[in-house]
Design a protein around this ligand. Structure first.
Ligand SMILES: [Zn+2]
Length: 457
């Protein structure tokens, strides 16, 4: 049946851990009222102190054998452990000779393991651990951790070897919500949500919300994948669904992916992605608007300002707002370094005062929407770092913020029922997320709902 098929498709998108939860979310879409009841339970559980949790856990979980403490898979009790970080200008040989490994052996190890990991790439500040067996004269293993995602084990015993171990990433679905106090940036970071998540939410809404115009009391909700290694959050995966209320306008972005589609769609199955980005720089503010009678700060006289200025730190990437062909990438006294792009027979855009052009950006080059074409600077007639963004329609300069730009290609009719299934489950989950009273909080509603079901069979 159709529903079954769609569910199967839906499940394919997820890794094994998320599957149960999304399937669960889908079921919750079907039984919204039931879940609402449960989620209220769940939220209350979060609000309550956690003193209850151990008691419940004791009731539910059978006794477990105590696992010996391990690090990198080695049983800690079996070794003498040295933990430290690489110091500036410290080499592997410096470290190992201190532990009485003969230089000839270090040299042989380095040569033998070069293809696996070149020890010249040890970086100051990164952690390492030395394991020495209680009966060993010299260390048995040297483990280097270049990132949270992997570590390299150097086996210093007789044959000597090295191997890279990728750590297991566990992905959990998390939800977040917030009310804007000052800026989106502050609201997110003040409350422990990463810059990465902020950027991903901006990406989801980049075509519909002008993040320069968000204001106090705007609100958002997110369902996203959080990656964990050893129970520590290490990164944000995909955003599955997002909601943003900008003044009195509500926006939903639903992630939908299969072999033909990949992106965010609104509730009516229309792509969120438009032909034009709202602005050519992220995390900036509009410092001067399109204005036919502006007093020019450098020239000190009234002169039409035929663009929109976005102030951003020097070096901030500038994006092409739409696919097109570069027609100019040069420098003039007034414009400084600038790029002009022809998008089609109707539209052209221009970006002024760049610190420098993007790599390979020159006339005739095709650029994609979102591609970096330059970096914010203050070359030409500019008082500070900003990009002056200019927009032509049929050869005339217009205020792009006032334009009704062409709509995107719609989703095929035949796809819409499948999309609607995904949409319904995600929207139900989004709508269940509550807004914090004042401050943003992150809640793992999903797991709480699951716990509630376990408790209430
Ligand atoms: Zn300007």
């Amino acid at each position: 049946m159709n529903l079954k098929k769609s569910l199967a498709k839906l499940k394919l998108r997820m890794d094994s851990l998320d599957r149960q939860k999304l399937l669960f979310a889908t079921l919750s879409g079907i039984a919204a009222g039931f879940v609402l009841f449960l989620s209220i339970l769940g939220i209350q559980q979060i609000a309550k102190s956690t003193t209850q949790a151990p008691a419940l856990a004791a009731k539910l979980t059978p006794p477990v054998l105590v696992e010996p403490a391990k690090k990198y898979g080695f049983i800690l009790d079996s070794f003498q452990i040295t933990e430290a970080s690489i110091k500036p200008n410290e080499f592997l040989s410096d470290i190992l000779t201190k532990h009485e490994v003969p230089y000839a052996r270090i040299d042989a190890l380095v040569r033998k393991t070069q293809a696996v990991f070149d020890v010249r790439n040890l970086r100051a500040g990164k952690d390492y651990t030395i394991f020495k067996g209680h009966n060993s004269k010299t260390p048995d293993f040297f483990v280097y951790e270049p990132s949270v995602y992997r570590y390299i084990v150097f086996d210093l015993r007789d044959t000597m070897d090295a191997y890279v171990i990728e750590k297991e990433i566990v992905t959990k679905i998390r939800t977040a919500s917030g009310v804007i106090e000052s800026s989106l940036w502050n609201t997110m970071t003040d409350n422990g949500l990463s810059m990465e998540l902020t950027a991903k939410m901006e990406d989801a809404f980049a075509w519909s919300i002008d993040f320069h115009h968000i204001q106090k009391n705007d609100r958002f909700k997110l369902i996203f994948e959080q990656e964990y290694i050893d129970d520590k959050p290490v990164g944000v995966g995909a955003i599955q669904a997002a909601y943003f209320q900008n003044f009195d306008q509500e926006y939903y972005a639903i992630a939908y992916e299969n072999d033909k589609y990949n992106g965010f769609y609104d509730l009516e199955a229309r792509p969120m992605k438009k032909a034009f980005l709202k602005s050519p720089v992220k995390y900036s503010r509009i410092s001067s608007r399109f204005n036919l009678r502006r007093f020019h700060p450098v020239l000190r006289r009234t002169k039409a300002h035929l663009g929109t200025d976005y102030a951003a730190p020097r070096g901030t990437p500038i994006f092409a707002v739409a696919d097109g062909v570069v027609t100019k990438a040069s420098r003039t006294r007034g414009n400084g370094n600038f790029v002009k792009i022809k998008h089609d027979d109707t539209y052209q855009t221009q970006y002024l005062h760049m610190n420098r052009h993007g790599k390979g950006i020159r006339p005739g080059v095709h650029v994609k929407q979102g591609e970096v074409i330059g970096y914010v600077g203050s070359t030409g007639l500019a008082t500070g770092p900003h990009v002056c963004f200019r927009f032509w329609k049929n050869g005339r300069q217009v205020n792009h913020l006032r334009e009704n730009l062409p709509p995107p290609e719609p989703m095929a009719e035949s796809e819409v029922p499948k999309f609607n299934l995904v949409r319904d489950s995600l929207k139900t989950s989004l709508d269940l997320i509550e807004f914090p009273n004042k401050q943003l909080m992150v809640m793992e509603i999903n797991s709480s709902i699951r716990d509630s079901i376990l408790l209430n069979p």
